[in-house]
Design a protein around this ligand. Structure first.
Ligand code: NAI
Length: 329
């Protein structure tokens, strides 16, 4: 079998990190051939073409074909998996409304092009920021494609949260599970450890022994560290997160296609779960079953957790209202 994968922003940093892992089989396994379509804007075509030459030189056995284009109809033709990474970054003096509007101008037309050209059953993962609202706009513009096929990446946030928790506990990261992200992929996100386990046991007692006052540690250390990790990486590395973002994208798509054995996090469309207004693309604890994300329902939420979720969801609502007020949704 061959899967057609469209990557937007293929000439950018995350694109460069993603392409070689996809071609090496990290996304779909060692038996699935891939056809890559690299969609860029004209200024990004040279970098994408250069990456395509290097893909050729990788002599990857699974890679059937690479096409570079700035035409969305060509880019999404027959697409099974769309990775929407290309986005408009915030420029100097740009207000949040300007950023939302500029990205609506990208993700609206891309949603329409997906509806017109992609394969039935297309799955879309939005990485480009503001990812949740960009996914909402793409879904709203994709007539005939179920909104459930549009998701936003919050897996990097979850991985950061699990890694921080593992480091604090002095335990390998794979033993830390069930640390979902709720809400927006932004500084208001809520990484939730209330149901977390370490080596199968609740995390709270072990954590209390190490940090003492767990609620204070969450408010003052853990949540800000996870939410601001992107800025920390920029400060230390001198440039934004790239390989970790590509890795999280691979994990999100791989789990969506192949299924999960436990919870993870993804920005998915709300049907009103946990009081999140219908239609918003919000991060939830999810499982992937038979190729579809399912929100993990029935979790007990403390008042404190509820307030954290509400604050992030309020930001998502505000983003939707801004885009609606501009007539872009
Ligand atoms: P980059 O600036 O290196 O690359 C972006 C690429 O997108 C450029 O080559 C640009 O030409 C292209 N592009 C812009 N508009 C396009 C359009 N309409 N169609 C196709 N391509 C287009 O940026 P980088 O580092 O690769 O990041 C990409 C995005 O991912 C950013 O919006 C960033 O904020 C976001 N991001 C999201 C994360 C998440 O967890 N959801 C984590 C890290 C980054």
């Amino acid at each position: 079998m061959t899967t057609t994968i469209t990557l937007t922003g293929a000439g950018g940093q995350i694109g460069y990190a993603l392409l070689f892992r996809i071609a090496a089989g990290d996304l779909l396994g060692p038996d699935e051939k891939v056809r890559l379509r690299l969609l860029e804007i004209p200024q990004g075509l040279g970098a994408a073409e250069g990456a395509a030459l290097e893909l050729q030189d990788g002599a990857f056995g699974l890679l059937e074909h690479v096409e570079v284009t700035d035409d969305a109809a060509v880019g999404f033709d027959g697409c099974d998996l769309a990775l929407l990474v290309g986005a408009r970054p915030r420029g100097p003096g740009m207000e949040r409304a300007d950023l939302l509007a500029a990205n609506a101008g990208i993700f609206g037309p891309q949603g329409a092009a997906i509806a017109a050209n992609a394969a039935a059953g297309v799955r879309v993962t939005v990485v480009g920021n503001p990812a949740n609202t960009n996914a909402l706009i793409a879904a709203a513009s994709a007539d005939g494609v179920p909104a459930e096929r549009f998701t936003a990446l919050t897996r990097l946030d979850e991985n950061r949260a699990r890694a921080q928790l593992a480091q604090t506990l002095g335990t390998p990261v794979h033993t830390v599970r069930r640390v979902p992200i709720w809400g927006n992929h932004s500084a208001t996100q809520f990484p939730d450890i209330s149901h977390a386990t370490v080596a199968g046991r609740p995390v709270a007692p072990a954590l209390e022994q190490i940090v003492g006052d767990v609620p204070a540690w969450l408010d003052e250390t853990f949540i800000p560290r996870v939410a601001k990790r992107g800025a920390e990486i920029i400060a230390v590395r001198g440039s934004s997160s790239v390989a970790s973002a590509a890795n999280a994208t691979i994990e999100h798509v791989r789990d969506w296609v192949r299924g999960t054995d436990d919870w993870t996090s993804a920005g998915v469309v709300s049907h009103g779960e946990y009081g999140v207004p219908e239609g918003l693309v919000s991060s939830f604890p999810v499982r992937s079953v038979d190729g579809e994300w399912q929100i993990v329902e029935g979790l007990e939420l403390s008042e404190w957790a509820r307030a954290r979720i509400d604050a992030s969801v309020a930001e998502l609502l505000q983003e939707r209202e801004t885009v609606q007020a501009l007539g872009l949704l």
